[in-house]
Design a protein. Structure first.
Length: 339
């Protein structure tokens, strides 16, 4: 099958592209390569996929040196003309939409970037999918849509209409817009509510890399809500296995739209996470205790019953094993950010 993966130079997009290429998929990857975080990491991920360059011409298609089954182009989701040209030139069987302007706190400072990319860009993709029919359209949502819900674990059936950040609001907006396209046009859409994803090649604005860099440099790490936080940390390989299995679970019925939680289903305290990282790095962290930040929540916890029933798989890689694999990568020559 020919698959369009948006955000192919991103954390999840890179891992998914590598997995699907290994399984014989023909993949076109797109990414805006914006500078929200260090672009060296994005170019290094692309190099692992066979696209070797330090700069890429916008809109130009580049073929992987590793395989003829992967091509990549820099493209913004807001660029409707370029998207339509792409869909007219290619015949996609499915879309896995992972591109987005990321970051919870950053969304409070740069709202337009989130509306343009996460909402307008999503609608642009849906319109292309409507004009060029697809077997399946999977898109990344987020556990942030649960906002400050206190009922745990979070279920797909819970109320998700009280987001606490603009980022969360854009992801919830995408879910509602997807529902409309499924109902009006019969487009099969699956929303993937990812819970805190971590692992090798992760984002440098997330805790594993932020904390590792500071701990190894002897600098303090900021611990929000004075350490009283829990996250459903989910290792990247479990995320990818879940997504790959869901590709074949195409929604049907009068309104072919589904939502899935993808998490380990086990909240881990922030202090346990830090301690596990300290053990792997062989260093003790200096803690700078901070109050809760705007847009943050104290706990996330996925109810994965629906996921298990649908794909017969439960994310299971333990925090200890996941942090071990992450630390091995972080300390290796593969990490382009490692000093």
């Amino acid at each position: 099958m020919k698959t369009l993966i948006t955000g192919a130079a991103g954390f999840i997009g890179y891992h998914l592209t590598r997995r699907l290429l290994a399984e014989g998929h023909d993949i076109v990857g797109i990414d805006s390569l914006n500078d929200y975080y260090d672009v060296r990491l994005k170019y290094a991920r692309l190099a692992e996929l066979g696209i070797h360059a330090t700069s890429l011409t916008y809109g130009t298609s580049y073929r992987s040196e590793n395989t003829s089954a992967f091509q990549f182009r820099t493209l913004r989701l807001e660029d409707r003309t370029a998207l339509e040209e792409l869909f007219s030139a290619e015949s996609f069987d499915q879309i896995i939409h992972l591109a987005a302007q990321a970051g919870v706190r950053y969304s409070l400072k740069n709202p337009y970037a989130y509306i343009d990319s996460n909402v307008c860009g999503f609608v642009n993709l849906l319109e292309c999918g409507r004009r060029h029919p697809l077997r399946h359209f999977l898109y990344a949502s987020s556990s942030s849509v649960y906002g400050g819900n206190t009922k745990v674990p979070f279920s797909e059936e819970d109320d998700v209409n009280k987001p606490v950040s603009l980022y969360a609001a854009t992801k919830r907006s995408d879910e509602l817009i997807a529902q409309v396209y499924a109902q009006c046009y019969g487009m099969p859409l699956s929303g993937l509510r990812f819970f805190t994803v971590y692992g090798p090649w992760g984002r440098p604005d997330m805790a594993p890399i932020l904390f590792s860099r500071a701990i190894l440099a002897g600098e303090p790490i900021k611990v929000f809500n004075y350490g009283h936080m829990e996250r459903d940390f989910t290792y990247i390989d479990d995320i990818i296995e879940s997504v790959v299995r869901l590709i074949e679970c195409i929604p049907s019925g009068p309104v072919p739209a589904e939502i899935y939680n993808i998490g380990e289903g086990k909240p881990i305290s922030l202090m346990e996470f830090i301690h596990t990282l300290e053990l792997e790095l062989g260093r003790t962290a200096t803690l700078d205790m901070q109050p809760m930040q705007p847009g943050n929540v104290s706990r996330t916890w996925a109810d994965t019953t629906k996921l298990q029933q649908t794909i017969h798989f439960q994310p299971h890689i333990s925090l200890k094993e996941g942090i071990h694999r992450f630390a091995q990568w972080y300390l290796s020559d593969q990490n382009p950010l490692h000093a």
